[in-house]
Structures are given as structure tokens and as C-alpha cells.
Design a protein around this ligand. Structure first.
Ligand code: NDP
Ligand code: 2IT
Length: 450
């Protein structure tokens, strides 16, 4: 083994020892350390000051009991978390996830990724993440409201517009942010920008709802243009049918892409004719208002439903994983490669397994933008929402969209700067990891030992 492979293994050994039983967290740290350890090999100050070791240890984790009453009068108990990972370059910032699969490991991986992502946006935001194992599926609005109020009753002690600013993620959208913001305002008697993703009537930003999905497509556009190509006429496979997936599909259709799949946890739908904006509106209504299942699409518009499957075997030019972590495994990556897929822009956080990433990187014709860069448009516009709240102003749609495009183009440029090899090949993972790391590391060095 080379020195660097030794150093990586030794470092990961420590991470695994200090964080037992947290496989998602180990995976996220390993994905970053693979690039950072060789990068700092000749930068003694980073090693002496233990910068990477300090970055992998959250500043703090708050865990708490959330007790609420369901519609039948039963008392229900869930666990709430907030992982405050790193605030070297700004207040902790990152979403809240409500899903039965939420564990400390999942939230630690998300908080760790968020530090690098927020750094890449160029805005002053540290990294954090929170959530609960609460399952919103099948719950009434009143139950969701009582849960959100109970959750915020504890969380409110730990957050604030200059301390920690949560937002949405899986299972947390406009409805949940509304309930949580209302409860914070009631408890603190302060109207302040403590959450982002708020509705326009009470301090939200235009384009925040669309921002993650739009940004994923803008990143794809940047990657393709850098290689002399464009989205127009390309067949696109998208997974998920939530916030990120649907606005990713909307922007793709607008730019002339042909989107042929969407999915949910029940399986995927395949419409070989491609979705139109009208069909997509129907899906958004199904998911956001009627809270139905994606398979219902087939009864309305035709196409096929594939129960229990993901869409990666459907031949495509461009792929957009927008559902959840580890949804592209090795066999999926191999299917994408075999079918001639040209590029992947990751909407979900850490959607590709290490084996899948390895296979894709070995196949150098397949461009691959990592989630911490490709989905940074969401938190980027959250940062703009914080700016607008501080200014007590709301910008126009055009103004926010222009800034979003600028943020994504800036991230693409940083990845090219740090990720381009001598032969011109761009390793977007390496570029994102090093560029995200540099800014946070410099701030930490400036603060001294803490
Ligand atoms: P939503 O809750 O709006 O939608 C999630 C979608 O993914 C649903 O279609 C859901 O299906 C599906 N899904 C969730 N978990 C699983 C699972 N375990 N297996 C299969 N399908 C699953 O969430 P978002 O669209 O907001 O988030 C999607 C991804 O994007 C996540 O990885 C999130 O972290 C990431 N992200 C979100 C941002 C945002 O601004 N919202 C910003 C950056 C990243 P079902 O309805 O059946 O549960
Ligand atoms: O993963 C993410 O970047 C988000 N869920 C959005 C975070 C935010 O603060 O807008």
C-alpha cells in the first residue's frame, strides 16, 4: 500500500471506532477523505492542526423525545435530532427530514455533506441537519401539525437566525415548514428568519421551492456545455416524485429534454412518450395535495408501472437520481454505462454507493456531478432567503433565478479548477471535495485550536 492509502485506512479506522454502527456516516466521510487525504499530503499545517479529524466530529448533536397525540387520542413517541456539524463559515444550515429510516447515522452523513455543499455555494453558511423517525404517510393534517409543534417546542431552544437555520428535506415541505415556523414564532414571540422554505406570505423566497430541482438541471447544463453538448433532445431518467424530482423534470422539459420516468418508494412509472408540463402538474397535485401513489399515473395517462423497481435500466442519455441515498447500486451503474448514458447529476444526497461511483469513475465518458455540488441550488436559494429576510425585502423571480444560475456556474467552475486532470478529464467528485474543504479549513485555521 502507498503512504496515502495507509493514511486513508488509518483515518477511516479511527472514524469507524469513534462512530460505531453508523454506516451512512462512514460512507460519506470516506467519499470525502479519499480526495482530501492525498490533497493535504504535502500541506503539513492541515495535518498538524487535525483539520479533517475536527471536521468529522460534529460540534454537537441534540437528541430529544417528541410526544404528540394522534387523532384517536393515542399518545405517540418519536425521536428528534439536530446535528450541528460545523459553523466555521456561518450559522449551521441544513434541512429537516421526517422519515421512518431516520437515524443518527443518516443525519450525521447529511450534516457532514452539508458543510462542504454550503461552502461550495460561496454563501456564509455552516452545516447541520435534523429530523425525526416520524412517518408522515397516512397522517392527517392535524396530526402532522401536532407533531411539528411538539418537535419545534424542543428544537426552538437550539436554533436561531444567527445560530442555526433549518429548512425542508424528505417529508418536510411547505406544510411542515409553516407549522414549525408558526410554533417558533409563538414560543419566542419573534418574527425572524429562523427557517427557510417559508411561504411567500411570511418571508419566503421566490424560486426556493423550485431551486433544488432547477439547480440539478443547471448543473447538468454546465457540465454538458463544458463538453460541447446540451440538454436539448436528450432522453432523461429521473427517480423520485417529490420536491426535487418534479422540479428537476419541469426544468428538463422546459429546456427540451425528454423525461420518461419518475418513481416513489412503490416503484417507477415509464412513459415512453415523455412527460408534458400538463402531465407533470397532475403528478405534483397527486403528490402534494392528494398524497397518492405514483402508480396512479398509469390509469390516467398510460405508460407502465414497475413495482418495487428503480428506473436505471431504462435506456437514457442523462440520469437524475432525486429520491434518496444509495439508490444507484453497482448493477444500476453498470446498466447506465451499458445503455450509453452520458451524464449523471445527483439531486438526492449521496444517491450512489461507493461501488457504483467506482464503476462510473472507471468509465471516463460518463460525467458525474456529486450531490454536494449538483443539489446545492436548494440551500443556495435558502441562503438568498436569509439575505432577503435580513434586508426585509423580497426579490423577483428573475433576480433569484439569475443568482441561482450564478451559484451553480460558480460551483461548476470550482470543480473544474480542482478536478481537471492533465488529459482534460474532470473528476467532479474530487473538485467538489477539495473546493468545499478549502474554505472551511482556512476559517478553522484562523480561529486557532478549538
Ligand atoms: P420529498 O419528500 O419531497 O420526496 C422524496 C421522494 O423520494 C418521494 O418520491 C419518495 O417516495 C422517494 N423516497 C424517499 N425515500 C425513499 C426510499 N427510502 N426509497 C425509495 N424512494 C424513496 O423529498 P425531496 O424531494 O425534498 O428530497 C429528495 C432527495 O433530495 C433527498 O435525498 C434529499 O435529501 C435531497 N435534497 C433535497 C433538497 C430540498 O430542498 N428539498 C435539497 C437538496 C437535496 P414516497 O413518496 O413513496 O416516500
Ligand atoms: O440537503 C439539502 O441541501 C437540503 N435539504 C436543503 C437545506 C436548506 O437549508 O435549504
Amino acid at each position: 500500500m502507498s503512504h496515502q492509502a495507509d493514511d486513508l485506512e488509518q483515518f477511516m479506522e479511527g472514524v469507524r471506532r469513534r462512530n460505531p454502527g453508523e454506516p451512512e456516516f462512514h460512507q460519506a466521510v470516506h467519499e470525502v477523505a479519499m480526495d482530501i487525504i492525498p490533497y493535504i499530503a504535502d500541506k503539513q499545517v492541515y495535518k498538524d492542526l487535525m483539520i479533517l479529524e475536527r471536521m468529522t466530529e460534529p460540534d454537537r448533536i441534540v437528541t430529544f423525545r417528541v410526544v404528540w397525540e394522534d387523532d384517536n387520542g393515542n399518545i405517540r413517541v418519536n425521536r428528534g435530532f439536530r446535528v450541528q456539524q460545523n459553523n466555521a463559515i456561518g450559522p449551521y444550515k441544513g434541512g429537516i427530514r421526517f422519515h421512518p429510516t431516520v437515524t443518527q447515522s443518516v443525519l450525521k452523513f447529511l450534516a457532514f455533506e452539508q458543510v462542504f455543499k454550503n461552502s461550495l455555494t460561496g454563501l456564509p453558511m455552516g452545516g447541520g441537519k435534523g429530523g425525526s423517525d416520524f412517518n408522515p404517510k397516512g397522517k392527517s393534517d392535524a396530526e402532522v401539525m401536532r407533531f411539528c409543534q411538539a418537535f419545534m417546542t424542543e428544537l426552538s431552544r437550539h436554533i436561531g437566525p444567527d445560530t442555526d437555520v433549518p429548512a425542508g428535506d424528505i417529508g418536510v415541505g411547505a406544510r411542515e415548514v409553516g407549522y414549525m415556523f408558526g410554533q417558533y414564532k409563538r414560543l419566542m414571540n419573534r418574527f425572524e428568519g429562523v427557517l427557510t422554505g417559508k411561504a411567500l406570505e411570511f418571508g419566503g423566497s421566490r424560486i426556493r421551492t423550485e431551486a433544488t430541482g432547477y439547480g440539478v438541471v443547471y448543473m447538468m447544463d454546465n457540465m454538458l456545455r463544458h463538453h460541447g453538448e446540451s440538454i436539448e433532445g436528450k432522453t432523461c431518467v429521473v427517480s423520485g416524485s417529490g420536491n426535487v424530482a418534479t422540479f428537476c423534470a419541469e426544468k428538463l422539459i422546459e429546456l427540451g429534454g425528454k423525461v420518461v420516468t419518475l418513481s416513489d418508494s412503490g416503484g417507477f412509472i415509464h412513459d415512453p412518450d415523455g412527460f408534458t408540463q400538463e402531465k407533470l402538474q397532475w403528478i405534483m397535485d397527486l403528490k402534494n395535495n392528494r398524497r397518492g401513489r405514483i402508480e396512479e399515473y398509469v390509469g390516467e395517462f398510460g405508460g407502465t408501472f414497475h413495482a418495487g423497481q428503480r428506473p436505471w435500466n431504462v435506456p437514457c442519455d442523462l440520469a437524475f437520481p432525486c429520491a434518496t441515498q444509495n439508490e444507484i447500486e453497482l448493477a444500476d451503474a453498470e446498466a447506465l454505462i451499458k445503455n450509453g448514458c452520458r451524464a449523471i447529476s445527483e439531486g438526492a444526497n449521496m444517491p450512489s454507493t461507493p461501488e457504483a461511483i467506482h464503476a462510473i469513475q472507471a468509465h471516463r465518458e460518463l460525467l458525474h456531478a456529486p450531490s454536494k455540488a449538483a443539489n446545492a441550488g436548494g440551500v443556495g436559494v435558502s441562503g438568498l432567503e436569509m439575505s432577503q429576510n435580513s434586508l426585509r425585502l423580497q426579490w423577483t423571480r428573475e433576480e433569484v433565478d439569475e443568482r441561482l444560475k450564478g451559484i451553480i456556474a460558480g460551483i461548476h467552475e470550482q470543480m473544474v479548477t480542482y478536478g481537471t486532470a492533465a488529459d482534460g478529464h474532470v473528476d467532479y467528485f474530487k473538485g467538489a471535495n477539495i473546493a468545499g474543504f478549502n474554505k472551511v479549513a482556512s476559517a478553522m485555521i484562523a480561529y486557532g485550536v478549538m
